[in-house]
Design a protein around this ligand. Sequence first.
Ligand code: NDP
Ligand code: OXD
Length: 309
Amino acid sequence: MSLLLCAQVDNLGQWQSELATAFPGETIHVWPEVPDAAAVRIALVAKPPAGALASLPNLELICSLWAGVDRLLADPTLPRQIPLTRLIDPQLTASMVESVLLHVLTAHRQVPRYRLQQARAEWTQLDQPGAADRTIGILGFGELGRACAEALLPLGFRVLGWGRSARTHPQVECAHGATGLARVLARADILLCLLPNTNETRGLLDAARLASLPAGATVINVGRGAAIDDAALLAALDAGRIETAILDVFQTEPLPPGHRYWRHERVWVYPHVAAETDARSAALTVADTVRRFRAGEPLPERVDIAQGY
Ligand code: NDP
Ligand code: OXD
């Protein structure tokens, strides 16, 4: 026995059947039914119970069925010496692109303002800048950030990308480091956060950085909630310096019922649905990762455990 599915998900049955198709001829055991823990070589995981992976003595590879691995890395019992891969999946990327287009166009076409006007039965035609008049700053210019940029560029938006290391893109002005961040924030009419949750990104968007956005900016967060200082964002919204926040991810999920975000008229709350893993596509993607691992081929999806993503 070599493969184990260890997932706390609602659609476990679907995963079993998609993985059976993606790994023909292989037996895939499903946690907690593990007849021989020592025989498990590869674990396919989504929200595994804390401690589960540490109980597998001969594990050689952990494949996350999610793109973000912060939850996994937060488990102190995770065997950190074992290679860990994250999900880079075409269907997940396509979903994220759809969500980001929706949110950017919502901000660009001032949908939140028109909704508020309707609530007051107010008929006012707002000035409408063109896409070329808007700059989108993307924090986190990785797999998803780049795909979103490439969907926004043909619509005419100016796009800036920011990451940890120096990157280049033919149509995107790329920046990195603290000075690069300041340059992106100063110009981002619409700020799109697609950062992973790491020691370095936690609380990154604090009061000072939010204050450096252009007046009337929109903040979209589809990365991880921890990147935003919630109190600072609410203060900036209350002061009218930030027009709208469109949030898909939160420090605590589900967002607690008493949280101010739920009732703030210029906050749009989505329940972490920007890009869900699609088992049909992800099973094939993860099968390819396992095939390359077994063949000793490179794994670009391998997580840098020290960096946290
Ligand atoms: P990638 O690892 O491909 O990209 C991450 C990007 O963030 C990279 O550009 C990286 O920089 C940058 N980054 C990381 N740390 C820092 C830092 N300290 N300072 C500046 N930049 C930093 O990840 P993906 O694009 O695949 O996914 C991004 C995140 O999106 C996931 O980690 C997950 O949390 C979230 N997500 C949310 C979903 C949702 O439904 N809301 C669905 C899927 C993912 P560099 O390029 O230099 O490495
Ligand atoms: C992910 C997510 O990381 O859904 O895949 O947030």
